[in-house]
Design a protein around this ligand. Structure first.
Ligand SMILES: Cc1ncc(COP(=O)(O)O)c(C=O)c1O
Length: 417
């Protein structure tokens, strides 16, 4: 099969060449497209045709301050999983009422932080609800419900269902009411998140329908949050179809309107997309340093270790790869299976196993697609390798540094001597 260039056809680089970007900003390099990021924010904002709906960007997927500022400009609200994420959102200009804190297993200090910052918090267990009530009696709270069902591309991203650590199960509703009453708390919101990366509308719609039937048991809700998990086609070079947002929009809107009519009071609806907003807005560029044959396997050795992109190692995730030679995309029908590895001292440091790619030589540039979500945000300095730089290509094609490369000096800075 002839190699197709998704990046060329999507206009991702807006006239820039991967080799020029690496020459200017170094390797490895995260590159984001402002045009695609804005479009994905808009897709999610239009998920439902209902006046009181907001998409909360789940910033765990990517919390680069410049991207956060664009998401805010696009009218998105945001979810935070930690005080650090709240501080990032504040720094990017989000107001407290635009932030929803959805932590699990946090300390009293962390809950107090959210209270002091006037950020609505969703509690994930009876113990945390009780602790919150002690800290903020009479306050407004939300709870995360575990609806008893989950879904996801890997067991590590299924977050609903009896086997996961998340949420309060519905057989604990009596205790929830007892704690609310004891601390005079007002339960104003419920949220759920059943898992990550669904490619068909059906599981999300079923979960939303089920969730609304549970939400009816709480009479004074102001907000209902269906969670994130919207998938993107990681196999796009093989023509994998996109998630059908039209069907989702149509069906979710119907569900919401019917619910509001039954519930008898206006409710603000939310979703919590992370991956959908930012995965396709980012690619990772890296350099091939050594190609070698070990027994039957051809290894392509790069600077793209799991310290830079952890998903393949953590979840066995697939990322499409485009190969550039002398700055040009290698387009050929001649491919052979290679195993793409990084420079980390672990045998699990594998980016792609037995992948059919065109002939690759030292100095070529690999472009890893769909790396914007859970890419930089899960990167580390393992093996004392500083984290890569991030650049943003503007809608007019200007590439600019938005986070500089970490340095060894940055790593030394934390030590006490
Ligand atoms: C509570 C919660 N909300 C939202 C998300 C975002 O999920 P996704 O990036 O799949 O949309 C996650 C991810 O695990 C999550 O745990």
């Amino acid at each position: 099969m002839k190699t197709q260039s998704y990046l060329a056809s999507s206009g991702f680089f807006a006239g820039n060449r991967p080799d020029d970007l690496i020459a200017q900003f170094g390797s490895p390099l995260y590159v984001y497209s402002e045009a695609i990021f804005r479009q994905r924010c808009r897709d999610m904002q239009q998920l439902v045709d209902y006046e009181h709906f907001t998409a909360n960007y789940s910033i765990k997927a990517n919390s680069n301050l410049h991207l956060l500022a664009i998401a805010r400009e696009e009218g998105m609200y945001a979810d935070a999983m930690s005080p650090g994420e709240i501080l990032f959102l504040e720094k990017a200009g989000f107001k407290p009422e635009q932030i929803f804190f959805v932590p699990n297993n946090v300390s009293a200090e962390e809950l107090q932080f959210a209270i002091d910052h006037k950020v609505l918090t969703s509690l994930d267990s009876l113990a945390q609800l009780d602790l919150y009530g002690q800290l903020n009696p009479g306050g407004r709270v939300a709870i995360r419900i575990n609806p008893g069902v989950g879904a996801g591309h890997h067991e590590k991203v299924v977050t609903g269902g009896k086997k996961t650590k998340f949420g309060i199960s519905m057989d604990q509703v009596a205790q929830v009411h007892e704690i609310l009453n004891r601390h005079h708390l007002h339960l104003v919101g419920v949220n759920q998140h059943i898992g990550s990366l669904f490619m068909e509308p059906h599981p999300y719609l079923e979960a939303a329908r089920h969730f609304l039937s549970l939400a009816e048991q709480f009479p004074e809700l102001e907000l209902i949050d269906f969670g994130g998990g919207f998938g993107i086609p990681y196999h796009k070079l093989e023509g994998q179809p996109r998630l059908d947002l039209e069907t989702l929009r149509h069906e979710l809107t119907k569900l919401i309107r019917e619910f509001v009519a039954r519930y008898g009071r206006p409710v603000h609806f939310k979703s919590e997309p992370g991956r959908y907003v930012v995965a396709e807005s980012g690619v990772l560029l890296g350099t091939v340093h050594a190609v070698k044959q070990n027994d039957a396997t051809t290894f392509v050795g790069t600077d793209l270790g799991f310290n830079v992109l952890a998903r393949p190692m953590v979840y066995d995730s697939w990322h499409d790869i485009e190969v550039y030679h002398g700055g040009q995309l290698v387009e050929t029908e001649q491919t052979s299976p290679v195993t793409v590895v990084g420079n980390i001292c672990e045998s699990g440091d594998i980016l792609a196993k037995h992948r059919d790619l065109p002939g690759i030589t030292e100095g070529d540039i690999l472009c890893i697609l769909d790396a914007g979500a859970y890419g930089y945000s899960m990167s580390s300095s393992y093996n004392n390798r500083p984290r890569p730089a991030e650049i943003l290509i503007s809608e007019t094609g200007v590439a600019r540094l938005i986070r500089r490369r970490e340095t060894i000096e940055d790593l030394f800075r934390l030590f006490e001597f």
